[in-house]
Design a protein around this ligand. Structure first.
Ligand code: ADP
Ligand code: MG
Length: 259
């Protein structure tokens, strides 16, 4: 299973929106896809229609309680997409894990040898704490959503330093598969400027596809649906389909088709 952590310690940059829609796009392309909600806010779970009241299992159970991954997985209404939802318990995990030996390895151990899915996206919380570290230690790759705003690059060096630390320590195979510019507004000259600056700074790491600011993307979660299901032809959905295609192109050649 190819595992991709969607991470950026800033809140509101489009992590959850990206996780939901990339997972949906991959599932639609025939990949058996797993979405792991690692944010105590549980927005990814709600966004794929898994209400709080129906979350009988959660990412807390696999991280802290040692529940096998297969038992923590729920089906969604989207064909080919399963989820490990998040519950509010997860907000305690950050503290509870501190006293655990190998506390950054809990998620990696839970995912080891998992064969039910071909690809897994992890929606990380807005911090560089133990939850995000668990995701980075478990992942093959990190995908970084970056909002096109004035302070976009601020904080990125801290994230890149964390990635480097994880690469040098717990998880040498971790790579940055790409940076996705989100909430791009063509009518706003500042957005263009930011996008140019980010590309100057990060080069090919930045995906060519940009995710536009699109109200359909922000409406969809209130219907418990990914934008790709809510309105598959809106510009936001189309952008995520293009991003998924670009993402697959960055996989190792032998991994570019669903098994
Ligand atoms: P994060 O998970 O990084 O906190 P979210 O994906 O939850 O970010 O996005 C923050 C808010 O912005 C949400 O209300 C979401 O619906 C909205 N949003 C995200 N991406 C877009 C976009 N491209 N266009 C419009 N609204 C967006
Ligand atoms: Mg989020």
């Amino acid at each position: 299973m190819l595992t991709i952590a969607i991470a950026n310690q800033k809140g509101g940059v489009g992590k959850t929106t990206t996780a939901i829609n990339m997972a949906t796009a991959m599932a639609a392309t025939g990949w058996r896809t797993l979405l792991i909600d690692l944010d105590p806010q549980g927005n990814a779970s709600t966004g794929v229609g898994v209400e709080a009241s129906s979350r009988h299992v959660s990412s807390y159970d696999i991280l802290v309680e040692g529940l096998p991954l297969a038992e923590a997985t729920m089906e969604t209404s989207i064909p080919g997409l399963d989820i490990v939802p998040a519950t509010v318990d997860l907000s305690g995990a950050e503290v509870e894990l501190v006293s655990v030996e190998e506390r950054t390895e809990c998620l990696r151990k839970a995912l080891a040898g998992h064969k039910d899915h071909e690809i897994c996206f992890i929606d990380c919380p807005p911090s560089l704490g133990l939850l995000t570290l668990n995701a980075l230690c478990a992942a093959d790759s990190i995908l970084v959503p970056l909002q096109c705003e004035f302070f976009a690059l601020e904080g990125l060096s801290q994230l890149l330093q964390t990635v480097e630390r994880v690469q040098q320590g717990f998880n040498p195979r971790l790579n940055i598969i790409g940076v996705a510019l989100t909430m791009f507004d063509r009518r706003n000259r500042l957005t263009d400027q930011v996008s140019d600056d980010v590309r100057d700074c990060l080069g090919d790491l930045v995906f060519e596809t940009v995710i536009p600011r699109n109200v359909r993307l922000s409406e969809a979660p209130s219907h418990g649906l990914p934008a790709l299901v809510y309105d598959h032809s809106c510009v936001g959905s189309r952008a995520y389909i293009a991003l998924a295609r670009e993402l697959i192109g960055r996989f190792p050649p032998e991994r570019q088709v669903a098994a």
